[in-house]
Write a protein that binds this ligand. Sequence first.
Ligand code: NAD
Length: 239
Amino acid sequence: MISELRRIIADAKRIVFFGGAGTSTESGIPDFRSAGGLYRRSTGTFTAPEEVLSHRFFVHHAAEFFDFYRAHLLYPDARPNAAHLALARLEARGQLTAVITQNIDGLHQAAGSRNVLELHGSVHRNRCQLCGRRFGLEAITGSIGVPACECGGTIKPEVVLYEEALDANVLDAAVAHLAAADTLIVGGTSLVVYPAAGLVREFGGRELVLINKEPTGYDDLATLVLREPIGEALGAAVG
Ligand code: NAD
């Protein structure tokens, strides 16, 4: 199976990678929906994670939001794994045109990927809601309670919460890359979060590879399905 992936990658001229939380589990960041994922664990709160991570909850319960966010979504010490590094190598060789990710951890950029389309934003970008001043991750990790700007405004992570819209420019760029790709590698995503998951249908190329530990609703569309850890699979196939 890895040999088939190696062949597909060797023949590809315009690869796009579309990934999710499973791409970063081998870096020590839990995903949401696996057995060990955030949604299956006790998070010390009686409120469901989907609700805490919603726009409405942020507006009405900012202190609780930031407690949860710091405890469960920030992994400042995480490092890129073999999957991130293999994708960066493919881009450097001129074979991969874009990484489209639902992740917010910045690990693709840390691995050296340049064209990264972050559908759900990034924990590394934060902005004062009042004056618009921009901040890095330290504004959140280095503060307690609700992080505040000097102007008195609340600093909000530029992460797309439930009930919030995706950036139209990022979506348009993702669609354009998918339409022009000959090979799509989808990995580490349950493909249940919309509209992001629906992007897979924009791909019109030859080879659709799915690398995910569990089955997804898109397995039938794939030319190759691998149930392997994505870091091991891509690390072995890209070389
Ligand atoms: P998800 O948790 O719904 O699904 C993850 C999928 O990856 C599962 O099907 C699981 O079987 C698979 N998986 C886990 N580890 C794997 C591995 N090593 N190799 C191959 N497959 C593996 O995640 P999702 O589909 O990305 O959607 C959930 C949302 O979670 C996204 O919107 C994203 O913003 C957010 N999220 C991001 C991070 C992050 O930035 N690292 C972490 C958790 C959640």
